[in-house]
Design a protein around this ligand. Structure first.
Ligand code: BV8
Length: 235
């Protein structure tokens, strides 16, 4: 990675592609998640209201999948954790992913803008809490003791992503913006590179298996599997 000013900050956006070589499905690649289930049915508030059991089953299956011992961080996750150790306090990962592979690789300065598979929250008291078991519609909230009020701590389509103010602030003064393993289909994440370009402060890089929807907006592109392109880029 080319040298940066000593006070420069780096924002790294990741998507499902960074976890693909760890054994987790992407959404829009061939055979991806949205080819097996309609996002309207399982990733919208309307879908949850219509059939909460279907949505719980969808996320329970993914939560069980994530606990499979063969699912582990790959060299791309480890390279980003190493980068953070090398530039303490100056690397922020904004992930669209709901898995915990960045954390398991050692990354700490991390925002899960679309929520976390291993957390649930109560629609009444709203407190997210760690949850690794199957979630059912009859579960009782451990805090407010109401039943049937728990939902996955996930941002569905039509819901506002988490920590947007913190993300916007980080984008507005970063010197390097790197997008890894995302198709550039989902907003507002897909619009981050345009936001950074408007400010004209940062070098923009896309590390993706193939050019994304927003590829032309990036100053630099490296196409290939993340387990190869990310370690090579941060070296
Ligand atoms: C919102 C749930 C308002 C969790 C997800 C314009 C502006 C704002 C909003 C919109 C807009 N236009 C439309 C919208 C609405 C909507 C939207 O974007 N719709 C799309 C379909 C057009 N957005 C929303 O509703 C968002 N909310 O806008 O609120 C607002 C906004 C800002 C401020 C105030 C108010 C909420 C979006 C979140 C929805 N939840 N998931 C879950 O179940 O996982 S989105 C879902 O897509 C996942 O979270 C996923 O992370 C995300 C993005 O997908 P990718 O990660 O990119 O995965 P994909 O499969 O698409 O691509 C994988 C890529 O990896 C590919 O390019 C592939 O080539 C590459 N790859 C594969 N293998 C590898 C690899 N790369 C490297 N190495 C490999 N080995």
């Amino acid at each position: 990675m080319q040298p940066l000013p000593s006070d420069a900050t780096i924002v790294i956006l990741t998507g499902a592609g960074i976890s693909k070589e760890s054994g987790l499905d992407t959404f829009r690649c061939e055979g991806g998640i949205w080819s097996k289930v309609r996002l309207e049915d399982v990733a919208t508030p309307e879908g949850f209201a219509a059939d909460p059991d279907l949505v719980h089953d969808f996320y329970n299956a993914r939560r069980r999948g994530l606990s499979d011992p063969t699912i582990a961080p790959n060299p791309a996750h480890h390279a980003l954790a190493e980068l953070e150790r090398h530039w303490p306090g100056r690397v922020l990962i904004v992930t669209q992913n709901i898995d915990d592979l960045h954390e398991r690789a050692g990354s700490r300065n991390l925002i899960h803008m679309h929520g976390e598979l291993l957390k649930i929250r109560c629609v009444h008291c709203g407190l997210p809490r760690h949850w690794s078991d199957d979630l059912g519609t009859a579960e009782m909230c451990p805090d407010c003791k109401r039943s049937g009020t728990l939902r996955p701590h996930i941002v569905w389509f039509g819901e506002i992503p988490l920590e947007m103010e913190r993300i916007m602030a980080a984008l507005s003064d970063c010197a390097l913006f790197v997008s890894i393993g995302t198709s550039g289909n989902v907003y507002p994440a897909a619009g981050f590179v345009a936001q950074v370009r408007r400010l004209g402060l940062a070098h923009t890089v896309e590390l993706n298996l193939e050019p994304s929807q927003g590829a032309t907006l990036f100053a630099e592109h490296r196409n290939g599997p993340a387990s190869q392109t990310v370690p090579a880029f941060v070296a």
